[in-house]
Design a protein around this ligand. Sequence first.
Ligand SMILES: C[S@@+](CC[C@H](N)C(=O)[O-])C[C@H]1O[C@@H](n2cnc3c(N)ncnc32)[C@H](O)[C@@H]1O
Length: 237
Amino acid sequence: MKNFLHQGDCLPFLESLPAARVDALITDPPYASGGLHIGSKNRSTSEKYQNNDTVRKYPEFTGDHRDQRAHLRWMTLWLSECLRVMKDGAPICLFTDWRQLPLTTDALQVAGFTWRGIAVWDKGEGVRPQMGRFRNQAEYIVWGSKGDMPLARDVGVLRGVYKEVVKQKDKFHITGKPTDLMRDLIKICTPGGLILDPFAGSGSTLLAAELEGYDWLGCELSEEYKTIALERLAQEH
Ligand SMILES: C[S@@+](CC[C@H](N)C(=O)[O-])C[C@H]1O[C@@H](n2cnc3c(N)ncnc32)[C@H](O)[C@@H]1O
């Protein structure tokens, strides 16, 4: 199975995939980050992540409400299935923010991956100003591999910091990632390999894979976002 986007919960989807098939896992799971207490965590995703000044409205998404213990357990569950479906030495990249950075590095390792580092996505000076505090202008890409990762993989040197501003015309999800950022990140995969994204959202990883000549496999719980992702992919053809 390749170049296919499944709609549904990623856990049964991952369980249905054969072992040792995938060349890279690149994904942006729900962060469960907005709000410190159960009441604030249970707010809608637009309340948590959409600034009041955002002109465009995006569909809501679910799976972003868990407290820290439940989120760690859930991350470990699906990551363990990802380990099974990945080839030995395959890289893994997980988006996260400053609040969930420690939990994400824990989950990656608990699931059995080797943690190798953190790359930075610098979103520019236009985001999240705070009087008297540091601006929250970065998100992070926790990365690692399934066991040993050979140096000779036909992959060049990748940057550790990516400066990429979110442009409205390139944003199709409340937490959508820029296409150019994804086009750079997926180059961690061996050329032409199969890239898996179990939380595809508006399809930014899948579209980037398509544009860069990789095979891809995706899963997305929301029917609305699956439709948006397929429309973006269709426009490329
Ligand atoms: C952070 S967003 C991904 C956004 C994506 N990177 C983009 O640029 O559009 C996470 C996505 O995971 C989906 N999701 C939440 N729980 C899920 C689950 N159990 N299985 C599959 N997808 C899920 C949500 O609907 C949401 O669209």
